[in-house]
Every structure is written in structure tokens, then in C-alpha cells.
Design a protein around this ligand. Structure first.
Ligand SMILES: *Cc1c(COP(=O)(O)O)cnc(C)c1O
Ligand code: SF4
Length: 327
């Protein structure tokens, strides 16, 4: 029997993993990447994401999110391996139950892209992947806790698992009568839009519990025609689409850039949800925007956009019962 490999899986397998290849593709005549940084956290960039970058521009806001550079080796003390306390909150069954009514499940540690600013870049993924045994205990946990009304599929990227597994898991979740929503936190519609196949949309459509998708997009340039089409296809099936971004120095730390992002998200059928301050993970200090500057940028954004296109400015703090709103 031959195993069917979908086109998105091929795209995934052919992602750039060597910085030299990526720079050559972008016609950048430079060796400005860092091998030790790459060694700490490997590079991974799907072609569909690289295609959204400007050629010959080392300052491109998308390239900056993925190219390993020497600044990652500079580590102030407050930048740690588990900045938001996820490890201490993690139960044996891949569930993080920090907030009232909602649990987050780490479905898989894998991602289609490795974002240099990721707060999970130092996370011991192998230990927290959902396997069939953990799935049983996770479902049991949710069944027993009637206060849980929303399950958040997270990762890594939950949409990296096969259609078959996803369908099966959504089905099992929707059999739990106290669940009101299934939420999926994913960057795949943005970085690998080929993943949004008609078959995947059918899986969402056939769920008896409403599906909410929270995409992760940081810059309007990430919203190519193909990405817009994928999101619009989801939107047309009444799937609620929200977006969260991370405020990143040199990438999107200007009100005008965030304004274009919100406008473009709206055209794709997505409403801005959160604008996160950077989680202080080791290796990410060069992306930090101070809270003061963040507030100023956010205030300018409020002046130039309708309220519903202004994301909430938040940060995540260990042991808090919700994201902390910054005003
Ligand atoms: C962010 C997060 C959630 C979701 O929070 P919302 O404010 O509902 O978006 C849930 N659980 C954990 C562990 C989280 O980190
Ligand atoms: S897609 Fe999300 S989880 Fe994966 S590396 Fe990027 S920020 Fe981290």
C-alpha cells in the first residue's frame, strides 16, 4: 500500500532549513546569519512564506522573524527557558489548565516554521506530545471537569497532524456535552496556506461544536493572495477567525504597520484579537519592545482605526488567571 502524501506535506518537507539557501533565494549576497544560533534552534521556512519576503532586503520584516542571527546569543537574566510558567502548569496529559473554563492541549510539538521569537523555542516538546494513552487521560480530565467549556488545541501547530487524527479528536471532543467551543491556535493558514484544503474545511464544518480559529500573523506582507483565499474559504463556512500578533522590534513596532495589518486581516475575514508583548524566552531579547513604547504604539493605533480593528494589548504572566491587559 502506498501512503498518500498531500501537497501541503510535500511543501512542508521542502521548507528551507539552511540559511544560505534562503539568502540565495532572496538574492541577498551576505552570510549574515549565525551558526551557533541555528544550532540552538534550527531554521525552518516554508517556500510559501519565503515567497512573501522582499528580495534583496536583509531588513525584510518576515525574514527577521526566521533568520538565526548572533543577537540571539545575547541573554539578559530575565530571559528564561519557561517564561510564562507553562511547564509548571502542565499536567501529565498534555493539558495546561491555567484559566477558568478553558484548557489548552499541546497536540504536537512540531511547527511548519521556526519563529525566532517563539516562547516555546526552548520547550521540551518530546515530553509533551499527545499520544494515544495521554489522549485518553486528557479526554477523561475534560469530561470530569464540567467547568471546562472550551478546549484550545495548541502546539507547536495543531494543524500539522493528519486530517484523520484531527477529525477523530474533534469528534471525541464534540461528544463531551459541556463543551461549547473548540478553539485552534495555528500559524499554518499564514505560513502554509496549502494546509487549508477542502477536506480540512469539511472536518471543521462537520463538527457539532463551533470551531474558532486563532491565526498568528504579525505583518500585512504575510497575507499573500493565497493566504487571503485560504482564510476567506474558512470564513465562508462560518468559522470564526481571530488573529493574535506579537509586538516585535524591527518587524511591526509602528502604528502604521499594525494599521495595515488590521486592515488586511479584515479583508481576509479575520478580526484582530490580541497584540502580545514578547514573552521573555531565552534567545529573543533583541525583539523586545518596552511596555512604555508598546502603550504609545497602541494608543496611536486607537486613533487611526475603528475600535473593532484594534487588538487588545496584553502580556502573559506566570500564575495569573488571565492574560494581563495593558492600558
Ligand atoms: C492564552 C491561554 C489561553 C487562552 O486565553 P484567552 O484569553 O481565552 O485567549 C488558555 N490557556 C492558556 C494556558 C493560555 O496560555
Ligand atoms: S508557529 Fe507559533 S509555536 Fe511555532 S515557532 Fe512560530 S510562534 Fe512558535
Amino acid at each position: 500500500m502506498t501512503t498518500h502524501v498531500s501537497s501541503w506535506q510535500k511543501d512542508l518537507a521542502s521548507a528551507f532549513t539552511n540559511p544560505e539557501d534562503l539568502l540565495q533565494y532572496l538574492k541577498i549576497n551576505s552570510k549574515q546569519f549565525s551558526s551557533p544560533a541555528r544550532h540552538d534552534f534550527s531554521m525552518r521556512v516554508p517556500l510559501s512564506y519565503a515567497a512573501c519576503m522582499q528580495k534583496s532586503d536583509l531588513d525584510d520584516p518576515l525574514l527577521k522573524q526566521v533568520l538565526p542571527i548572533a543577537n540571539e546569543l545575547v541573554n539578559p537574566d530575565e530571559f528564561q527557558n519557561d517564561p510564562v510558567g507553562d511547564l509548571s502548569a502542565l499536567t501529565e496529559n498534555c493539558i495546561i489548565h491555567k484559566y477558568q473554563g478553558r484548557v489548552l492541549i499541546i497536540i504536537t510539538g512540531g511547527c511548519a516554521i521556526n519563529c525566532r521569537f517563539c516562547f516555546r523555542r526552548n520547550f521540551p516538546y518530546a515530553e509533551v506530545q499527545l499520544n494515544s494513552q495521554k489522549e485518553i487521560t486528557a479526554l477523561e480530565y475534560i469530561r470530569k471537569n464540567k467547568s471546562i467549556n472550551e478546549v484550545i488545541l495548541s502546539g507547536g501547530d495543531p494543524l500539522l497532524i493528519s486530517d484523520h487524527k484531527l477529525k477523530d479528536f474533534i469528534q471525541k471532543l464534540s461528544d463531551i456535552t459541556h463543551l461549547k467551543r473548540i478553539r485552534i491556535h495555528t500559524r499554518l493558514p499564514i505560513v502554509l496556506p496549502a494546509r487549508i484544503t477542502p477536506e480540512l474545511i469539511d472536518i471543521f464544518k462537520s463538527s457539532s461544536v463551533p470551531i474558532v480559529i486563532v491565526t498568528h500573523c504579525n505583518h500585512a506582507n504575510e497575507l499573500s493572495k493565497q493566504v487571503m483565499a485560504a482564510c476567506q474559504a474558512l470564513n465562508q463556512k462560518n468559522i470564526t477567525l481571530l488573529n493574535q500578533s506579537v509586538l516585535l522590534k524591527g518587524v511591526n513596532d509602528h502604528a502604521q504597520i499594525l494599521q495595515s495589518l488590521s486592515e488586511q486581516l479584515f479583508s481576509a475575514g479575520i478580526l484582530p484579537y490580541y497584540l502580545h508583548l514578547l514573552d521573555k524566552a531565552k534567545g529573543t531579547a533583541h525583539f523586545e519592545v518596552s511596555e512604555n513604547d508598546a502603550v504609545k504604539i497602541h494608543q496611536s493605533l486607537q486613533h487611526i482605526l475603528p475600535g473593532y480593528l484594534v487588538p487588545k494589548l496584553v502580556k502573559e504572566q506566570p500564575k495569573k488567571a488571565a492574560k494581563t491587559l495593558i492600558i
